[in-house]
Design a protein around this ligand. Structure first.
Ligand code: ATP
Ligand code: MG
Length: 326
């Protein structure tokens, strides 16, 4: 069975973008792939984090993964920092990565503009991500468009290593959704909706109250021509709402455009809000039951045991090939 791997940083509360671009794709493939879903907490500290909030979010995210439809019987869940092989392999890969290629990563360019002191970890983050993927021989990495360049780096590093030291790593494929690969911020619809954004009004959180979800969608930035059709360039705000509606109702863009042909923006937004509320309230009900059941730690303990064994094998193979240790 081929392997799938994905993770969402506990760098902020999970958003509608996390669900559509990240989690939903893995849900779709969980029957066909041996799936590894992890919490990349080491990635989160590439930028400043509050330790207490970070710890809280790690467990919370796993609860949300499950509430969003990732079945613990079909997926292996684990926490990156509990498996020391991730950071160890990352070091070896760093020694086979070049400053030039990492300097070209657009996410580094964007994120380093937003912080006062740019950490070295923010720069080498894509190498750690490559280690996360290559340790498990993952064939497929579902991701939003923003991470495509990082998966391409993982492919390059795998090929470079295989060429230099002999066949060791599977070269992974990114899996980008055809629709919803970049859900936009509701207040700045040319930018990605992001969980580490401080724009609360533009970001829908999976655990937002019904009132907040409705308020955020009703006040989403649009345009003034009052016509509802998809055009990312001319109508980024409306196109974003059409995308959200289309993905959540599984209707094509054409069908959605036809459905809303005679609506005004107010009525259109209200119906988009209805759909988002329905999906998120259902996830929230499931989430609170999962938290109450106390199963999260048991699932994570099992995942840790299983993934440490897999990672140890791969890491020892790498050590041997590189000539490290005895
Ligand atoms: P951060 O701002 O801390 O980088 P993030 O919101 O970008 O957080 P990540 O944990 O970096 O979230 O990404 C997790 C996964 O979710 C990735 O596959 C990413 O491509 C996807 N993703 C995140 N935000 C969106 C979005 N707005 N639209 C589509 N996919 C998204
Ligand atoms: Mg991100």
């Amino acid at each position: 069975m081929k392997k799938l791997l994905t993770g969402l940083q506990p760098s902020g509360e999970l958003t509608l973008g996390s669900l559509i671009g990240g989690i939903s794709q893995s849900v779709k493939y969980q029957d066909e792939y041996d799936s590894y879903i992890f919490v990349p907490d080491l990635h989160a500290i590439t930028v400043e984090q509050d330790p207490e909030k970070l710890k809280e979010r790690i467990r919370k995210n796993v609860g949300l993964y499950i509430a969003c439809g990732l079945d613990p019987k079909k997926n292996t869940f684990y926490i990156q920092s509990e498996n020391l092989y991730h950071a160890n392999l990352s070091w070896i890969l760093e020694c086979n990565s070049y400053m030039g290629e990492l300097s070209r990563m657009t996410q580094f360019k964007d994120k380093s503009k937003k912080v006062k002191n740019v950490s070295c970890g923010l720069f080498t983050y894509p190498v750690l991500m490559a280690a996360d993927i290559l340790l498990y021989d993952a064939d497929l990495v579902p991701t939003g468009i923003d991470q495509k360049q990082h998966v391409e780096l993982a492919r390059n590093l795998a090929e470079r290593f295989n060429h230099k030291y002999g066949d060791t790593f599977v070269v992974p494929e990114p899996m980008i959704p055809t629709l919803g690969a970049k859900i936009k911020d509701l207040q700045e619809p040319t930018k990605k909706m992001s969980k580490s954004s401080d724009n609360y009004k533009g970001t829908i959180l999976l655990l937002d109250s019904e009132k907040d979800i409705r308020k955020k969608i009703m006040s989403a930035v649009t345009d003034s021509d009052n016509k509802i059709y998809y055009d990312e360039e001319k109508k980024p705000g409306i196109s974003n709402l059409i995308t959200i509606y289309s993905v959540l109702t599984k209707k094509s863009i054409k069908e959605v455009e036809t459905h809303f042909k005679d609506y005004n923006y107010g009525n259109f937004k209200k119906e988009v809000a209805d759909v988002v509320v329905k999906v998120l309230i259902d996830i929230q009900n499931k989430y609170y039951k999962i938290v109450e059941s106390g199963i999260i730690d048991k699932i994570l303990d099992e995942g840790r045991e299983k993934t440490i064994k897999i990672a140890k094998n791969k890491y020892e193979e790498v050590l041997n090939k590189v000539g490290l240790g005895r």
